[in-house]
Design a protein around this ligand. Structure first.
Ligand SMILES: NC(=O)C1=CN([C@@H]2O[C@H](COP(=O)(O)OP(=O)(O)OC[C@H]3O[C@@H](n4cnc5c(N)ncnc54)[C@H](OP(=O)(O)O)[C@@H]3O)[C@@H](O)[C@H]2O)[C@@H](O)CC1
Ligand SMILES: Nc1ncnc2c1ncn2[C@@H]1O[C@H](COP(=O)(O)OP(=O)(O)O)[C@@H](O)[C@H]1O
Ligand SMILES: [K+]
Length: 498
């Protein structure tokens, strides 16, 4: 597992390392600076004319130490201190003196010059409010420079908790972050502002943080195959689950097709699609492997029978919001006894009828809203959701006992009592209609093979992104179609057998 701390957790890990393990703060700062210098050298960055810009916190302290180390290598280093002397931490003050001791000079004004590299040590995880005034001007100005920009720990102006730009932020080419990649370097736009990220091990103990229920994690894509359900030699189609897909409306056969295809590609044993009569022939031809049952109008007994048959249900993709789909959804949500994925219009219906969710069982539902659907469900606007993704997904999963898969370029999976997952696979080729239907099918396929709702959701989101990455290799960022994500599933899963 990979863990992504927020600012508070990183500071707590620093404190633990200093106070309990007895590694002096100044020593950590020396290691941090050494790692930055080493990485700049190893990356072949032109160090012929260096500018290090420091703030008054410990991030600035790192900057002073970097400047000293570069100066000791007889390099041309200018140091600009733009913090407040009174606000300096004890360590930063000490580093300032050490820099001056080796003959370093400190300027208090930043001038646009032809630097080869600018080291950003203005703010790290201690950024506590939006950037204004002279800090704003300086960051904008160094973003105009042609120099390579190296951020220390995190680009100044990026929130370590959310990845949001706090007023303005340094656009780095490279970021050297200490011990763990902060959450703000995972979420966009922070992820883009950071450029290439290097993680330097400076000996901060993160064990406590890894055990913390509040910590956000991801799976190591290289260890993906260990997460998959087993395929046993002595098995038959019943071993891998009977899947009921309730999807598609007139003109939306594709949603049902993509759900079902993806569930099959992920390994489900038998898939039945329940859809409107108009889609029967289309789906039969598109996916002869699926059983098709069709309806003209709401038939409670038929739905009840299908629920009894199914080991897993996926409902909502392209079902439309109308009287019939509302009745089917209400019936399913109130009566389903097996794991159930609710997607798209299923969620839009629930947004208008939250009473359907009263009394639902815990650990049985996976909801897969994109941000707009999440906004409808929570009545929180999309911009606010973007600025507090983790909190919003967690709050929803606390309010309703469901696994909440809040989809975006970085999908978040929250479940009460579990650490929150954030996904790091996938790419912009997936920003196309139908991708979400594929995800709902993948998660359903994993649940059919016995994964619990939370694991099935996390592994499904990872697999979906990896399938997108495989599809991008084949078709490029512009041309991938949602159905080709299903080919990507096959490409990823077949690697397990290699
Ligand atoms: N020993 C350790 O702990 C280690 C820490 N390490 C390094 O320390 C970094 C964390 O250091 P930190 O906690 O001192 O905070 P930091 O990011 O320098 O910023 C705080 C300063 O910024 C100021 N400020 C904030 N927002 C502002 C704004 N919008 N506009 C203007 N000012 C603003 C704030 O001022 P104040 O709020 O007090 O007015 C304060 O002066 C971490 O990222 C890593 O690089 C490593 O060396 C490893 C060992
Ligand atoms: N830029 C991107 N990077 C990674 N994943 C993406 C990106 N854009 C979209 N996705 C993924 O594609 C899916 C889109 O889902 P959704 O918006 O519901 O599509 P649709 O409703 O058209 O099927 C989500 O799982 C999302 O995480
Ligand atoms: K910084």
């Amino acid at each position: 597992m990979i863990y992504f701390p927020d600012a508070g957790q990183m500071k707590a890990a620093d404190r633990y390392t200093i106070d309990v393990l007895g590694i002096p703060s100044l020593e950590l700062m020396e290691r941090a600076a050494e790692s930055c210098v080493q990485i700049m050298e190893a990356e072949g960055i032109d160090l012929s004319k260096i500018c290090v810009i420091c703030g008054s916190g410990n991030n600035g302290g790192d900057g002073f130490a970097i400047a000293r180390m570069l100066k000791e290598k007889k390099l041309d280093v200018e140091l600009v201190f733009i913090g407040k002397e009174v606000s300096c931490t004890e360590e930063t003050r000490r580093q300032m003196q050490l820099f001056q001791k080796v003959g370093g000079r400190i300027s208090n004004t930043y001038e646009e010059k032809e630097y080869s590299v600018i080291v950003d040590a203005i703010f790290g995880v201690g950024l506590s409010r939006p950037i204004e005034g002279k800090y704003f001007e300086i960051i904008e100005s160094l973003n105009r420079s042609k120099a390579v920009r190296v951020a220390v720990d995190i680009p100044s102006g990026i929130s370590a908790d959310t990845g949001c730009v706090m007023g303005t932020a340094v656009r780095a080419d490279l970021t050297v972050t200490f011990q763990k990649r902060k959450l703000g370097l995972i979420f966009y736009p922070g992820c883009e502002y950071a450029g290439r990220v290097f993680i330097a091990d400076i000996g901060i103990c993160t064990e406590k943080m890894e055990e913390d229920a509040e910590t956000v994690f991801s799976y190591e894509p290289s260890l993906f195959s260990e997460l998959l359900p087993e395929r046993k030699p002595d098995s038959h189609k019943g071993t891998y689950g009977k899947v009921l897909i309730i999807a598609g409306s007139k003109g939306m056969a594709g949603a049902a097709y993509l759900n079902a295809l993806s569930a099959y590609r992920t390994g489900a044993g038998l898939v039945q699609i329940y859809t409107v009569e108009e889609n029967r022939m289309i789906l039969q031809q598109l996916l002869p492997e699926a059983i098709i049952t069709a309806y003209d109008s709401y038939d409670e007994e038929e739905v009840r029978g299908l629920l009894t048959w199914a080991d897993v249900v996926c409902i909502g993709s392209g079902i439309g919001v109308n009287e019939c789909s509302e009745k089917i959804l209400e019936m399913v949500v109130k009566n389903v006894q097996v794991p159930c994925v609710v997607d798209a219009d299923g969620l839009n219906i629930l947004a208008g009828h939250p009473q359907y969710l009263e009394g639902i069982s815990a650990g049985q539902f996976v909801f897969t809203p994109h941000l707009k659907e999440m906004s409808r469900l929570t009545r929180i606007d999309v911009e606010t959701l973007k600025s507090r993704r983790i909190d919003a997904a967690r709050a929803f999963a606390e309010k309703y006992p469901v696994v909440c898969v809040m989809k975006d370029a970085r999908t978040v999976v929250a479940c009460a009592g579990r650490q929150t997952y954030v996904n790091i696979s996938g790419n912009a080729a997936m920003a196309k209609a139908g991708s979400g239907d594929v995800l709902a099918g993948i998660i359903t396929g994993l649940l059919a093979q016995g994964k619990d709702c939370f694991e099935g959701a996390c592994i499904g989101v990872l697999l979906h992104g990896m399938a997108g990455d495989a599809a991008k290799v084949e078709k490029g960022s512009y041309s991938v179609l949602a159905r080709e994500l299903a080919d990507g599933i096959a490409a990823v899963l077949s690697r397990k057998e290699d």
